[in-house]
Unconditional design. Sequence first.
Length: 257
Amino acid sequence: MRKIAFLAAFLIPAAAQAQMCQGFGPQTPRDIALAAGANSVTFPRAPEANQMNLCDIHTHTNAEHKGPGFSVSGGPGEHGGWKCNQTDTLTEAELSMPEGTEAFHGVKPGDTIEVHWVYTTCDVIPGPTLNSCFSDACANPALRVESQVFLVVNDEGAPDFGDFAYDGNISNGLHQPKSLPSGTGDPVVFAGSTTGPSYTQAICSPMQVTWSVRPECMKVSYQSVQQWGAKGNVFGEDHSHGVRQLVTAPELLAPIN
């Protein structure tokens, strides 16, 4: 697989190669079902999440990654990305918009969201943006992102987003979410970068991040996402963010071992 990815790099037109960022480490998001990659930049894998401090939680609409359970194209641009495969099977009730004030914007029943729990080896307190993952005393931490893709439904009996929130939880002296999702497959772990719509294959992220992406979707209650936004959170999150389009160039991807 590694040899195939390496050879594939030479099949990309010269004009396209010239538009790619040069000299950067592996980029994210990617198709987690494809293990090939030809980026030669390596860095140590970050510790497990329960050995690090949670520093940020945020969401993207739709999924940034493509995976076995979220492979329906949402289109190009920062409002594209990937949708859960079950999207077209939702009931009318699951898709209906309940009455009430929208406190967390950019999410409605039927949407796919990708949630990122960001961890750092710095001794910091969780806060707004990825800047909370660093400090004056710790400018070069190891970073890890745990990722779960959710299908948002109007069903208060669906899993509660609050079960995966922070709410000041401390475990073994470390800031941690109350829990992480389970039952959605073994996470695919790989080396990558930070994401978001400001980055492309021509404008790359310099950050080095260990990713852990669960391969299947999970339903989540729309009401619980709104409740998380309504009561406020230390991350200052009140809306779901856009996506970075899938990185496909082999020379921008690390091999998944």
